[in-house]
Design a protein around this ligand. Structure first.
Ligand code: PLP
Length: 365
């Protein structure tokens, strides 16, 4: 089969798969302590692979195919903290391509099993900062293609519409009392979701503001502050890896576009975990730490009863919080991005300080 014919057949398979799929849910959350404040959670786990990166994986495959970067029989390689790899393994199998996930050695056995279940092979690396060079090496040696989500997430996703997450949210909000949300809150892994949301609301001329909630061990927040101050931000790095699975990075990834974000907040990991538990209990469905990070902003009960006491306990005087246009307060109407599994989050956060976790559990009880 010619390359042209193979690409056409591959794109058709992905489009047919999409045609068979349904959209993910937008779930209203009842905030009893704050009447009149509407909060919704976008459950990106309800895709065929159960991975919130399904939308991104589809876009990355279509982008790579359209660019002529994928070839019949040649492997696809990706650097991932796990979720993207699960969905990419699915699409690679759909196209009959071998798939290698380059993932940190600390990745949970469940995530590894999920990648293998979709037909992928896992290549473990000890240091998260080696993910990219290992992926490049494997691509060179196997004649494969390194997908590189951290660079291409923002440009592979169609920001004007075409079923991106922003369009999906606004369509699902259409019949709600406030169809145009005041805030949409997300957390950065690649930064691609924040870029898509920011571009979409600008393009559609909505008043919605985009807030990005960064976990403790991550440099996105510092990059954002530096960008606002007009300083160099692209090459900033930090030590260590994020404890909240899927979000937070030790370098400012290429897909992170500060000017697409209206406000950024740095959330302590203990609070992400606390919010994760709170949301899980309130919703009756299990969510992960990266849901807790953005939703920490959303619930006043949580803010008053959990956040402040915990901050005092941790001797952190003020919440680090920075905004692009000096927009004040008003964080209550929000949509958070995704609902991965509690087990994933517990696995990566089990090294959190037990004492803080217990404090939160007491407050919740
Ligand atoms: C669990 C989880 N939440 C949020 C994100 C962030 O999304 P984005 O990569 O679009 O910034 C990711 C991945 O990066 C993730 O794995």
């Amino acid at each position: 089969m010619s390359q042209r014919a193979w690409v056409a057949a591959a794109i058709r398979k992905i489009e047919a798969d999409f045609n068979r799929s349904a959209d993910t849910h937008l779930i209203p959350v009842d905030l009893t302590g704050f009447p009149g404040i509407d909060v919704y959670l976008k459950d990106e786990s309800s895709h065929p692979t159960g991975s919130l990166k399904h939308r991104l994986a589809r876009s990355l495959f279509l982008y790579a195919l359209a660019n002529g970067w994928l070839r019949e029989g040649c492997p696809v390689i990706e650097a991932s903290s796990g979720s993207t790899a699960v969905s990419e393994a699915y699409f690679a199998r759909l196209l009959g391509l071998p798939f290698i996930a380059v993932i940190p050695a600390s990745t949970s056995p469940e995530k590894i099993a999920a990648i293998e279940f979709q037909g992928g092979r896992c290549h473990l690396v000890q240091r998260a900062c080696d993910l990219n060079c290992e992926s490049e090496r494997l691509a060179r040696e196997t004649g494969g293609h390194f997908m590189d989500q951290f660079t291409y997430a923002e440009r592979a996703t169609d920001w004007r519409a075409n079923n991106n997450i922003a369009e999906s949210i606004f369509k699902q909000m259409a019949e709600e009392p406030h169809p145009v949300p005041e805030w949409i809150v997300c957390s950065p892994g690649t930064g691609g979701t924040a870029a898509t949301l920011g571009r979409y609301v600008s393009y559609r001329r909505h008043d919605t503001l985009i807030m990005c909630a960064d976990p403790e061990v991550s440099v996105f927040y510092d990059g954002y502050c530096a960008a606002l101050a007009g300083a160099d931000w692209r090459d900033l790095t930090c030590e260590g890896g994020s404890r909240v699975e899927g979000i937070g990075r030790p370098r400012v990834e290429r897909s992170f576009i500060p000017t697409c974000v209206d406000a950024m907040v740095k959330v302590p990991d203990a609070l992400s975990l606390a919010a994760m538990r709170h949301v899980s209990a309130t919703l009756g469905r299990r969510v992960g730490g990266s849901t807790g990070t953005p939703s920490e902003n959303a619930d006043p009960y949580f803010y008053e009863e959990v956040f402040h006491p915990l901050l005092e306990k941790l001797s952190i005087l003020d919440r680090e919080y920075v905004m692009k246009d000096d927009v004040e307060g008003g964080l209550m109407r929000a949509i958070v991005q995704d609902v991965p599994t509690l087990d994933d989050a517990l696995h990566v956060t089990e090294d959190l300080l037990l004492e803080e976790t217990q404090t939160v559990a007491t407050v919740e009880a």
